[in-house]
Design a protein around this ligand. Structure first.
Ligand SMILES: [Ca+2]
Length: 351
């Protein structure tokens, strides 16, 4: 079951909003949208009514089963009190359309409650479709509830959505699911092929990833190859190895993928590379040297020749380089490492 008044027709919510708010628009333009909205409002009301029935049933059938209680309850069951309780909760106070509809047709709801609900237990059908005529039976559309394209039994042959289905709006045309196309959603879209087709049913199945269009499931059944694929000697669509043409930049390596390729950055230790990682460098970047087929960081601080020459200076090795920093207790001043001036902070009471 659909929940609450939010259950609007999926199509054109913006158009609905525009038509509801911009009343200066030509009325003809919005009539269809207004009719869709009216049905969705009515459906929301019936949903809330049924919710109200369930809520009041729970509330009042909790106790024992003495004769007195049964009599009182059965009286409550069809009482005006219960109806009023339910009607009060049919619309959120901010829902103008809903409150309007309930106010306009409250007498009908009362008549159904007191006289007709035994004979017509389906409130949606009685109220929304047959009495105030804002909805249509499923599979039909428009002011006169005509059958959707493909018939009211299985609109759009079960492969799409009928415009205005179940409302007094729309034009009954089909919006097909992505696998299907055509006025009746019987034909297969590009990238799909037919696995079943008879008078009433059509089933389309996805082609192989290599095909743009196809007649079967394998890459040999392609009519046209998708971009990034090419026909081989056996007339099968196979991946193009774009990397063979070296399409990437100097600091990148090429990664071939099915139907495509990508350029990825080389490791920081490389100048040029053939793949991911420091073992795929063409040449090692400065600060790195080849060790066990890998470009490995040079520890400049451990070289026989000292690299940090100044007095009171330490060497710190970094990836691909090194830094010279002043030793602990020394600070840099005018390019030299000088003893730090220790400042004594005034001691406060808090500490
Ligand atoms: Ca490729």
């Amino acid at each position: 079951m659909r929940s609450g008044p939010a259950a609007r027709p999926a199509r054109a919510p913006l158009a609905v909003a525009l038509c509801v708010t911009l009343l200066m628009l030509p009325p003809g333009l919005c009539a269809g949208e207004r009719r869709r909205l009216a049905c969705s409002t009515c459906r929301g009301i019936v949903d809330r009514f049924n919710q109200g029935l369930a809520d009041t049933a729970k509330k009042n059938f909790g106790g024992g089963n003495t004769a007195w209680e049964e009599k009182t309850l059965s009286k409550y069951e069809s009482s005006e009190i219960r109806l009023v309780e339910i009607i009060e909760k049919l619309c959120d106070s901010s829902n103008f359309e809903c409150n309007n509809m309930v106010e306009e047709y409250e007498e009908h709801i009362e008549k159904w409650w007191f006289k007709l609900k035994k004979k017509y237990p389906d409130l949606f059908k009685w109220f929304c479709i047959e009495t105030i005529e804002v909805c249509c039976p499923a599979g039909t559309y428009g002011p006169d509830c005509l059958a959707c394209h493909g018939g009211s039994e299985r609109p759009c042959h079960g492969n799409g959505h009928c415009d205005g289905d179940g409302t007094r709006g729309g034009d009954g045309t089909c919006s097909c699911n992505k696998e299907y196309t055509g006025d009746f959603c019987l034909d297969c879209s590009n990238g799909y092929y037919s696995t079943l087709r008879n008078e009433t049913h059509s089933v389309c199945t996805a082609c192989h990833a290599a095909c743009k269009t196809c007649t079967g499931s394998s890459n040999k059944d392609c009519q046209d190859c998708k971009e990034g694929w090419i026909k081989n000697e056996e007339a099968a669509c196979v991946d193009i190895d774009e990397c063979a043409a070296s399409p990437c930049k100097d600091h990148q390596y090429c990664l071939n993928t099915d139907g495509s390729f990508s350029c990825k950055a080389c490791d920081a230790s490389c100048i040029g590379c053939t793949g991911e990682g420091s073992d795929k460098c063409k040449i090692c970047a400065s600060g790195y040297t080849k060790e066990d087929e890998r470009c490995t960081d040079i520890d400049e601080c451990n070289l026989p020749e000292k690299v940090c020459m100044k007095e009171n200076q330490d060497c710190v090795n970094t990836s691909g380089s090194y830094k010279c920093v002043c030793s602990e207790g020394f600070e840099e001043k005018d390019g030299a490492c000088l003893q730090m001036q220790v400042k004594y902070l005034p001691v406060t009471d808090d500490e």
